[in-house]
Design a protein around this ligand. Structure first.
Ligand code: MN
Length: 427
């Protein structure tokens, strides 16, 4: 199914009056704080977030998987789904592919389809965390860190192959996430595993095209429960520094131990120009992959506060980070869940844009703790939703995406087209 502009106009006609009034009030409110609402809206219109190809079906847990029906069964249908999201929200103009789940059989045709949907190819993702059919050597005991050089070679070659798939599509980056680690003390020699990982990454990096970036993702535990080879931002940062100026750290919100100060990690990485990308999700206990902003919206806002500050004071020339949602959908319709995540990310971004930076700096100069907190919370407590609606409207999207999604019966249409028992590839 494709959304026509007449569908969008039809829905917006029913919501425009209320929206115009809300936007006018918000604009006046911000003007009192010397903030130009229209300028914020224009910045927001430029802000695009990539959707990973694996987030469009029901993810499931190790206990069960409950399909929503109408799930995309191949790469073309996944692109179509992101096309739907982008048509409604005008903020999901990029896809992040996973190899081998989404090997493009005909790169030209896939590129053509993406361009019709106004979608570009964000970071490619390699997979050495599971064994594929016909794979010669197993990753059960690691991949880039493996004790056996042949396994490492196989994993290195896979990553190089992923880069070449990405080149054919116009992607400019690869994200490496390793499941490598151990579940029991004594299983692994830490130093040996890290050294093997660095050497393997160096072999991949040597094949990285000049205009590409390599992102190193970290995670403290899972699937192994005693140690992970790239366990934290410090280890990722160390590896990125060893590799060179095309290598960066990637922060996944769910890949931290409870109560980690993620905003401070963001600040430190940007201070050194090494923040390459961001994976958004939310969690209560671990790597829960819940809807962005559903559990800890204030933390998300504080992270964006550092991102915006870092980009406005970019002394280390940190490149624009790659933004991606990395979530799993077990209960909700994946497309509705992604719409909610897009909304939460963009809300946090706008709230960070309207922070009184000079006031905050003055409060910090005077060690005025109360005023510092007041300034941060004032932006967080400002209802900026009308700005998001206005940005969508100006970009040709819908004022209220979830309501429009239901109004247009999109899931029912997809079930009609694809059936109710489809399973998205790779899940
Ligand atoms: Mn991730």
């Amino acid at each position: 199914m494709r959304i026509q502009s007449s569908h969008i106009d039809q829905y917006n006609a029913s919501a425009i009056k209320v929206h115009e009034n809300n936007y006018r009030i918000t604009k006046e409110l911000l003007a009192q704080k010397s903030i130009d609402a229209d300028a914020v809206v224009e910045k927001l219109r430029q802000f695009q977030i990539a959707i990973p190809s694996w987030a469009l079906g029901a993810g499931g847990t190790r206990f069960g998987r409950f399909s929503t029906g109408g799930e995309p069964g191949n790469l073309e249908q996944k692109l179509d789904d992101i096309g739907l999201l982008h048509a409604l929200t005008r903020s999901a103009g990029a896809i992040s592919l996973h190899i081998p789940w989404d090997i493009p059989r005909d790169a030209q045709a896939i590129k053509q389809q993406a361009s019709e949907l106004d979608i570009v190819f964000d970071a490619m993702n390699s997979n050495t965390f599971q064994d594929q059919k016909d794979q010669a050597l197993s990753y059960k005991f690691g991949s880039l860190s493996h004790i056996n050089a042949d396994v490492r070679k196989q994993a290195v070659e896979h990553n190089i192959e992923v880069i070449s798939y990405g080149q054919a599509l116009g992607s400019k980056s690869i994200t490496v996430w390793l499941a490598d680690g151990s579940s029991f003390p004594g299983q692994l020699n830490f130093r040996r595993a890290l050294d093997n990982t660095l050497r393997s990454l160096q072999e991949i990096y040597a094949q990285l095209p000049a205009d590409w970036q390599l992102f190193i993702e970290y995670k403290p535990y899972e699937p192994y429960f005693y140690s992970t080879v790239i366990q934290d931002w410090g280890t990722s940062f160390l590896l990125a520094n060893e590799l060179g100026n095309k290598a960066y750290t990637l922060v996944d919100l769910g890949h931290h131990l409870p109560n980690t100060n993620i905003e401070q990690i963001v600040s430190t990485l940007m201070y050194r120009g090494k923040l390459g990308g961001f994976h958004f999700n939310d969690s209560k206990y671990g790597d829960d992959d819940l809807t962005v902003g559903s559990i800890k919206p204030y933390q998300l806002y504080l992270i964006f506060n550092e991102l915006v500050y870092g980009l406005e004071n970019n002394t280390a020339q940190n490149p624009a980070p790659a933004w991606m949602i990395d979530a799993s959908h077990n209960l909700k319709d994946p497309l509705e869940d992604l719409i909610q995540s897009l909304e939460a990310i963009r809300l946090a971004y706008v709230q960070a844009l309207i922070v009184d930076r000079q006031g905050l700096w003055d409060a910090q100069l005077n060690n005025d703790v109360s005023v510092g907190q007041e300034i941060l919370q004032d932006a967080f407590r400002t209802d900026v939703r009308p700005l998001l609606q206005e940005a969508r409207l100006r970009s040709g999207g819908v004022i209220e995406p979830i309501k429009a999604y239901r109004y247009l019966n999109i899931r029912q249409q997809l079930i009609k087209e694809r059936g109710s028992v489809t399973v998205a590839t790779g899940l």
